[in-house]
Design a protein around this ligand. Structure first.
Ligand code: NAP
Ligand code: GDD
Length: 328
């Protein structure tokens, strides 16, 4: 067995960080994760990978650091000297970014520059992956590809735009292996309930079990291109193994409205979504992104990546998991 590769993952406690950790461990990586200190435990998505309490894996090490602490980030890079850095940490909620635009700018934007600049100043050979997003496209008409116009419409997307161009700039100016994964929405049973898919499946699961609650939603007409998160983390890794750093879209190429997502979820529990969904104006965004639908041909051609799970299978996976959790 050869020398283990070392990966540093910011945002390891998030949906993608947890799946990426599992994926890299299977590839025999040593995984280092950046965790922000909190008063309550925030490692539930990766507890099964930690030495304590379950002793199931020896190759994960966590490091406390808030992404706003740039000197600590620098120290972590000196300490870990990673072969690959996956910058997944972010204030990742679009709606919340309207309430916290400055914080979102610091964590989702400026911290990326701190990481890139540290890699450059320390003269590390680390490859750098930036978690870019389809939100960059705003209302540019679909299907969006790597050459589509970027028109961000939220503080979140604007912060991500800064990170996207910083990543490109460090690649072009200093020759860093720095890649942007422009990922369209990807979901799973590990998705936070603050995002619409999991909000819908978890509420439907409770209703299937007899709850009499309503489901409060905002814009039902928005179209999203929803894929399955474990497949997308493999795409991230493939970008880092490519012969040169580049920017790639990962998507399914199929658009579904929030309304259709509700309709299909509730039909699986034998109910009509219209009997449960209530429009809540608080969930509407000051500026909405109406239609995201990605063209993933470049990733398919260059990386051999393509999605396997369609949106209907995704709904089944998420709903089944939410119902199973209630049975425990
Ligand atoms: P997520 O579940 O919201 O995870 C975000 C991660 O960032 C969590 O580990 C969170 O820690 C961490 N974080 C937040 N603020 C931090 C801070 N101040 N210091 C240190 N860590 C902090 O997001 P995700 O769905 O896994 O997405 C991963 C990345 O891809 C994000 O950058 C997101 O913006 C981007 N992205 C996601 C999608 C998608 O559809 N999922 C699509 C395109 C791009 P806690 O666990 O403590 O909150
Ligand atoms: N969260 C939420 N809650 N969204 C709602 C609700 C609700 O109650 N009702 C309707 N929506 C609509 C939103 O207005 C949006 O049009 C759509 O559902 C999807 O919202 P989210 O699930 O919050 O995801 P997002 O598309 O805004 O952002 C996610 O995907 C991006 C990639 O396109 C996040 O994961 C971002 O971090 C990611 O970059």
């Amino acid at each position: 067995m050869g020398v283990k590769k070392r990966a540093l993952i910011t945002g390891i406690t998030g949906q993608d960080g947890s799946y990426l950790s599992e994926f890299l461990l299977k590839k025999n990586y040593e995984v280092h994760g950046v965790v922000r200190p909190s008063s309550t435990l925030n490692t539930s998505r990766i507890d099964h990978l930690l030495k304590y309490p379950r002793k199931s894996h020896e190759n994960v090490q966590l490091h406390f650091c808030d992404l706003s602490d740039h000197s600590r980030l620098l120290a972590l890079l000196i300490e870990t000297r990673p072969d690959e850095i996956y910058n997944l940490a972010a204030q990742s909620h679009v709606g919340i970014s309207f309430d916290q635009p400055i914080l979102t700018g610091e964590i989702t934007g400026i911290a990326t520059a701190a990481l890139l600049d540290s890699v450059f100043r320390l003269k590390l050979d680390s490859k750098f992956y930036q978690a870019s997003t389809s939100e960059l496209f705003g209302n540019t008409p679909p299907p969006q590809n790597e050459d589509s116009i970027l028109e961000p419409r939220s503080p979140y997307a604007i912060a991500k735009l800064y990170s996207y161009f910083m990543t490109r700039n460090y690649r072009e100016a200093y020759g860093l292996f720095a890649a942007n994964g422009i990922l369209f929405n990807h979901e799973s049973p590990r998705r936070s309930e603050r995002f619409v898919t999991r909000k819908i499946t978890s509420t439907a699961a409770r209703i299937a079990k007899g709850s009499i609650e309503k489901l409060y939603l905002g814009n039902l007409s928005a179209i999203r291109d929803w894929g399955y998160a474990p497949e997308y983390v493999e795409g991230m890794w493939k970008m880092m193994q490519h012969d040169r750093p580049d920017d790639f879209i990962l998507a399914t190429g199929v658009g579904t409205t929030v309304r259709e997502f509700c309709e299909r979820t509730f039909s699986l529990i034998g109910k009509n979504y219209e009997d449960f969904v209530v429009i809540d104006e608080n969930q509407l965004r000051p500026t909405e992104v109406e239609n995201l639908l990605g063209n993933f041909r470049k990733a398919e051609k260059s990386l051999g990546w393509k999605p396997d799970t369609d949106v209907n299978s995704l709904i089944e996976i998420m709903l089944k998991s939410d119902i199973a959790a209630l049975n425990h």
